[in-house]
Design a protein around this ligand. Sequence first.
Ligand code: ASP
Length: 326
Amino acid sequence: MEPAIIVHGGAVKFSGEKVGRALEGTKNAASRGYRILIQGRSAIDAVQAAICELENDPTFDAGTGSPLTSEGDIEMDAVIMDGRTLESGAVAAVKNVKNPIVLARMVMENTPHCLLVGQGANQFADEEGVPRISKEKLITEENRNKLLEFKSSYGKAVMNDFSTRDHDTVGAVAIDKDGNIAFGTSTGGITNKRPGRVGDSPLAGIGGYADNKVGGISCTGHGESITRVALAYDIISKMKYANMTIQAAADEALSEMSEKLANAENNFSAGVIGIGKDGVPVYSFKTEQMAWAWARNGKLHNGVNPGDDDVYSVEIDSDSTLIKDD
Ligand code: ASP
């Protein structure tokens, strides 16, 4: 099987200068994961490495750069899933951890559980020797200001209005040379969320899914809306039971989501990335923009707007060189 990886940096309208950072960040993450795949390593390793790269990049809403809760805290959610065994591991509302995706993988590999939350997730992190990081190191000035602006413009009256918020969560789906598919998603959630609020992201079947026999998906967008339609498994079901291609299934599921939630109080669109068992990466989004990058056959594709497609050649012998094609 030709290895491939696709990553996203959230379904969102990026503000001006953030577009360049989002392109750069997704490109670096896809390149990092792809190099792991072409060394012959597993889809799970590639997904974890790509997501760590995105969590460490303050441009995105995951790890460093997570948005603040209404109390000014950082609570993060992450999931990873192995499509070979259908095993998954996740953490939710976890604090003071640099890379929640690494902890999610520890849940998958070192516990009999699928999801650990809050204090229990942090207790597990301590037991596994995961170093604690102060919340100040995870908070960016931009996100501190965003919470202040949010509170001064909207106050408590419209606590349910999510329309002005970023949705720059991160995710990755990979297929390795053995045809094994994995997915991961990681997020700090949404600005001014209630303490303890968990969206779609850490829920296997909702914010993503991976099954070698069908494909892998990672979602981004308004978590409560994605949860209402069980977006990831809706796409998997269309492929599994209606024999749809992953592109057709993703497009249709997103359109149906917009129709079904047209009258809902918080009708917000979403975006998805995926790889079917044929190994071809796809993406689809209903928001104005979604940052994405995918790599296969020595080429890396990158974009933010509908119709974008910057193409690079991956220098296999180098750790990081990407040469832009004309
Ligand atoms: N889905 C995430 C959440 O609601 C947000 C995002 O995708 O950016 O927590």
